[in-house]
Design a protein around this ligand. Structure first.
Ligand code: C2E
Ligand code: MG
Ligand code: MG
Length: 626
């Protein structure tokens, strides 16, 4: 409220000149400039009259202006004009009788209509209207007062001051209220804004700004009901970045985050208007394809997201995506069912070599069920000694002498016969059995190794085993309990194991190496491990993946690749072993390329502990004879 609005003005309306003069005399010393003492007294009087102890102090309790009118219509006009300008009167004194125009009651009634809060003093003679009639005509009795003529000067002054005082307080209170209301409105608006942003934040992934799981659920439900109304086809696709962990491990999390954001952007662009994208965790994205007819082109565009390498961290980061998808509108099981199906399809896409899209079909569910049955049987086999450990000899470069052994798991299923470890190990990994299975292998191998204390035995380790917080300590303890020197054991880890949490992994490996165990990198060249890993961990040996060996004669570059892998191993002072040697020409070529050790069916297949013992006994006798 501005000061202009707080100008304290009184309107006096009386047709008699004498009475007007009397008002002037009585009120003149109240017009601004009145003594402070008088004001205090009047304030006290006001409080007395209205019992209003709460009335706030008013600075300068005088009256700013008194306007005099002689007729009711004139007073109403002046009053209306003031109200229109936003300068309302604090109080009006109206004579009830004012011939020839309309009387004071009518004038007061009209003024009340213009400003319902106006304090009106009706000045009456004893013979005029009765108060009840006046009140009935004017209304708002709490703002209606009476002054009986002939009036007493003090009474007029007291009334004028008190009403001005009350009006000022009312105006201030109203202004304060308006201010508070405005403040409240502001707070309310801010709340609405923050509620909207909280609503948005709860549905968005903070890193990429894409929908999160909750946001996806809502958008999916909406798209589903849209599709069912329009008879449309809706597809759900899971997208997984192949080997994203390696980006994080090698380049750090900041680069990893940037990479994820850029991949997200590219997926959004690839999806375009044909659907929407969500990020469900680490490197997992989902696309809901709302334009079912466009399925193939969306999938192709998304698969091509990795065509241009990412240039984060000053180096090029290659990326490929695997996609598993399913049609949602035909199953009707909602998002969770779509996710389950797309997940099965994704798993199969990854198994098929990554960088591909695979749609869900019923056979995947059957496969999944089969793997669950196998998982169950495997658990029983672990618990009931249904597994065996075989050993495959590793030969000297000339293929004549056993220089090492590799422990390989064997499982003969009561119905399905021999199950490949390549199959059941991954089932064990997916079904939380790998630690138990790995422990069994470690214990069994350490027992067996005591039979050939002069030869190094390799034991394969799964990345899952390293997820145990004290894995290294456990292994050291097992060797101690079996009374085996760690120097007799070499652990083989694959490149994929290096794609997990590199820091924890490196710490565990370091402890094992410190304890005297040896370390080999298995299936080298099949994964994406950079040379960086080779220098970070204390490897003794590289085992060249058997695919390179089997490609000799088929793939023109195979020999050249093998030579460079051997060269790399030599340069790093590592023993180089060739796996999967089946033919003489392969052996000759590998030997010429500089491989130190040979492993393959050409020399020996994996065999039982007893067979190994006999083989080694024969070798020892031959050595002695030579
Ligand atoms: P790997 O560690 O690379 O083991 C070598 C695999 O090559 C073995 O397959 C072996 O039988 C096979 N092999 C050896 N020479 C030849 C050859 O001349 N030609 C062909 N075609 N194959 C040959 P296997 O026993 O089926 O094991 C497959 C994989 O399962 C192993 O590959 C290893 O990754 C895993 N595995 C086996 N036992 C264990 C274990 O105790 N623990 C863990 N974590 N993994 C194991
Ligand atoms: Mg191996
Ligand atoms: Mg291997």
């Amino acid at each position: 409220m501005t000061n202009a609005l707080l100008r304290r003005r009184i309107l006096v309306c009386d047709d008699e000149t004498g009475v007007i003069e009397a008002y002037r005399r009585i009120l003149s010393d109240l017009v601004e400039g009145a003594s402070a003492q008088a004001e205090v007294t009047l304030d006290a009087l006001a409080a007395d009259l209205f019992g209003d102890e709460q009335t706030p102090a008013i600075n300068g309790t005088g009256i700013d202006e008194i306007v005099y009118c002689r007729q009711g219509d004139e007073a109403v006009a002046v009053f209306g004009e003031a109200a229109g300008k936003g300068e309302p009167f604090a109080a009006v004194f109206v004579d009830v009788r004012m011939p020839p125009g309309f009387d004071g009651v009518e004038a007061a009634r009209r003024m009340r209509a213009l400003d319902p809060a106006i304090n009106i003093v009706m000045v009456t003679g004893y013979s005029d209207h009765r108060p009840a009639e006046i009140a009935g005509a004017i209304g708002a009795q709490d703002r209606l007062f009476y002054l009986v003529k002939p009036f007493d000067a003090d009474e007029v002054r007291q009334m004028a001051t008190t009403l001005v005082h009350r009006w000022t307080s009312d105006m201030r209170a109203a202004a304060e209220l308006t201010g508070r209301l405005q403040e409240l409105e502001k707070v309310n608006r801010a709340l609405q804004v923050s509620e909207a942003s909280a609503h948005r934040a709860a549905r968005r992934d903070p890193l990429t700004g894409l929908l999160n799981r909750k946001g996806l659920q809502e958008a999916f439900d909406a798209a589903m009901s849209e599709a069912s109304k329009a008879d449309g086809k809706l597809f759900f696709a899971y997208i997984d970045l192949d080997r994203f962990k390696m980006v994080n491990d090698v380049h750090g999390h900041a680069v990893g985050d940037l990479f994820i954001c850029n991949v997200g952007d590219r997926i959004v662009r690839a999806t375009g208007q044909d659907g929407f994208v969500a990020r469900l965790g680490g490197d997992e994205f989902a696309v809901v394809i709302t334009e079912g007819e466009e399925l193939d082109s969306v999938l192709n565009r998304v698969l091509r997201v990795g065509d241009i390498p990412f240039a984060e961290a000053g180096s090029e980061l290659p990326v490929s995506l695997s996609i598993g998808y399913c049609r949602c509108d035909v199953v009707g099981g909602g998002l969770s069912d779509a996710m389950r199906r797309a997940d099965l399809a994704l798993y199969s896409a990854k198994a098929a070599g990554r960088g591909t899209a695979r749609g869900y079909d019923k056979s995947l569910d059957d496969e999944f069920l089969r793997s669950q049955v196998i998982a169950c049987d495997l658990k029983a086999a672990i618990e009931n000694s249904g597994l065996q450990l075989h050993y495959q000899p590793l030969m000297s470069a000339d293929g004549c002498k056993v220089t090492g052994l590799e422990a390989l798991l064997r499982w003969t299923h009561p119905e399905h016969g021999d199950v490949s470890p390549a199959v059941f190990i991954s089932i064990a990994e997916q079904n939380n059995m790998m630690i138990e299975l790995g422990d069994w292998v470690l214990r069994q191998a350490m027992r067996d190794i005591r039979s050939w204390p002069d030869i190094i035995t390799s034991i394969n380790l799964s990345a899952v085993q390293f997820s145990q917080p004290c894995f290294a300590e456990k292994v050291i303890q097992l060797a101690r309990a079996a009374d085996i020197s760690p120097s007799l054991i070499e652990f083989e880890i694959t490149e994929t194991a290096l794609c997990g949490n590199m820091f924890d992994f490196a710490q565990q490996v370091e402890k094992l190496c410190d304890a005297g165990f040896k370390l080999a990198l298995d299936d080298f060249g099949s994964g994406y491990a950079g040379i960086g890993y080779l220098s970070q961990l204390r490897f003794n040996k590289l085992k060249i993946d058997q695919s390179f060996v089997s490609n000799l004669r088929i793939e023109p570059n195979a020999e050249r690749i093998i030579r460079s892998l051997v060269g790399l191993g030599e340069a790093m002072g590592l023993t180089v072993t060739a796996e999967g040697v089946e033919e003489v020409f392969q052996h000759e070529l590998l030997r010429a390329a500089g491989c130190d050790q040979m492993q393959g069916f050409l020399f020996h297949r994996p065999c039982s502990r007893e067979d190994v013992k006999q083989l080694l006994d024969r070798q020892r006798s031959a050595d002695r004879a030579a």
